[in-house]
Ligand binder design. Structure first.
Ligand SMILES: Cc1ncc(COP(=O)(O)O)c(C=O)c1O
Length: 373
């Protein structure tokens, strides 16, 4: 049987990984400054993560949401503690798109409305409503186009208010730091205004923290740079360090009802255990603080590259050049053995390393760039 060929692949085949490195069959070491799309948060094959999962595997790996699973409550408590969002409610699922799909659905249940406002260059996933709220017509099938979504630019208060005034918008969904779109961020004033307008017009505000959450941005969630309380916060990627887990945090004003949301796999024992291990490592190794320190170091090095603009925050960073970075990324992989990311802004090189990255790893990147540019 052939694989359904939807991914253009680099000719690298990792068979082993440790912390910020992956290794191919020949033992060649690659520096992973991309974390497999920002998924690797606490480093590949972290010993605590492995032990935790092995222990859990020997007890019980899975049972459905028809029975009690205390690991879900432990995870809710730990996310509450680390994010300081004690009064929110946790619903678990298995991916970023599923988290956003559930968030949008919940917003619609809660407000009784159905149109969504999203932003230019947004990426929210590939399921029905999530992909409709994604600003990329190439991945929007005719089926998805039935959803009613209006795209507006970041920081355009007038456009936002005009849409909300129409009275039919269930949700405004935004990435506090755009991922796939190329690391643009809404201005602080706009974020505050967005919260106020959503309250005024009975619209749910959804913060998509699928990529920026779980301490990658230097705060637990990137939106916490602003003093807002979104109705729903979505998360995935770094949450499981590679184990498929996603979730939404729901504002206390939004009340649950049996059957409102559901999933077979979401919140299973192994998934909860993976995420608990991630949170334990983030806390013990102070990775949130470390992300901030590494950002400072990255910026000090990047400032020396002529013509490159630094974007993003924490360890969700980008370098914007005045040329397309595709060929540069190829040379970084094949000649320098360094993984980096691209974005829908073709001039942006994305840097999304494990949160355990050290100064020496950034030195390696900047030495390589100096050679190649
Ligand atoms: C901000 C954001 N939201 C949602 C998603 C979708 O996540 P998943 O691929 O786990 O469905 C992504 C994936 O890149 C993302 O970056």
């Amino acid at each position: 049987m052939k694989l359904f060929d939807v991914y253009p692949l680099y000719e690298v085949c990792p068979v082993k990984a440790k912390d910020v490195h992956v290794y191919d069959e020949a033992g060649t070491e690659y520096l992973d400054l991309y974390g497999g799309h920002a998924v690797i948060s606490v480093g590949h094959s972290h010993p605590h993560y492995i032990n935790r999962l092995q222990e859990q595997l020997n007890k019980i790996a899975f049972y459905s949401n028809a029975v009690e699973n205390p690991l879900q409550q432990q995870l809710a408590d730990e996310i509450g503690e680390q994010s300081c969002l004690h009064d929110y409610q946790l619903f678990l699922c298995s991916s970023g798109a599923e988290a956003n799909e559930n968030a949008l659905k919940l917003a619609s249940f809660h407000t009784g409305k159905k149109r969504v406002v999203a932003f230019k260059n947004a990426f929210h996933g590939r399921t029905s409503a999530a992909v409709a709220a994604t600003d990329n017509q190439n991945i929007n099938a005719p089926l998805n186009q039935q959803q009613e979504v209006t795209f507006i630019p970041f920081n355009d208060v007038q456009a936002l208010e005009e849409e909300l005034q129409k009275g039919d918008v269930c949700a405004v969904i935004f990435e506090p730091i755009q991922g796939v779109g190329g690391l643009d961020m809404p201005e602080d004033d706009f974020v505050l205004k967005m919260e106020q307008l959503c309250q005024q017009y009975d619209t749910a505000l959804i913060a998509d923290e699928v990529q920026s959450g779980f301490s990658r941005s230097g705060t637990f969630f990137a939106f916490q740079n602003n003093n807002i309380k979104p109705h729903v916060i979505t998360m995935a990627k770094g949450m499981g360090n590679g184990f498929p887990i996603g979730g939404i945090l729901v504002h206390p004003d939004v009340k649950p009802k049996y059957g409102m949301l559901g999933t077979t796999f979401g919140g299973n024992h192994l998934a909860c255990c993976a995420s608990l291990a991630v949170l334990e490592i983030i806390k013990k190794d102070m990775l949130q603080q470390h992300a901030k320190e590494m950002e400072t170091y990255f910026r000090s090095k990047a400032e020396k590259i002529k013509g490159a603009k630094i974007k993003g925050r924490g360890l969700m960073l980008g370098l914007e050049f005045d040329f397309e970075v595709g060929p540069l990324r190829k040379r970084l992989i094949y000649e320098k053995h360094i993984f980096t990311g691209g974005s829908s802004n073709k001039n942006v090189l994305r840097i999304l390393p494990p949160l355990t990255v050290q100064k020496a790893h950034f030195d390696q990147l900047f030495d390589a760039l100096e050679d190649l540019l």
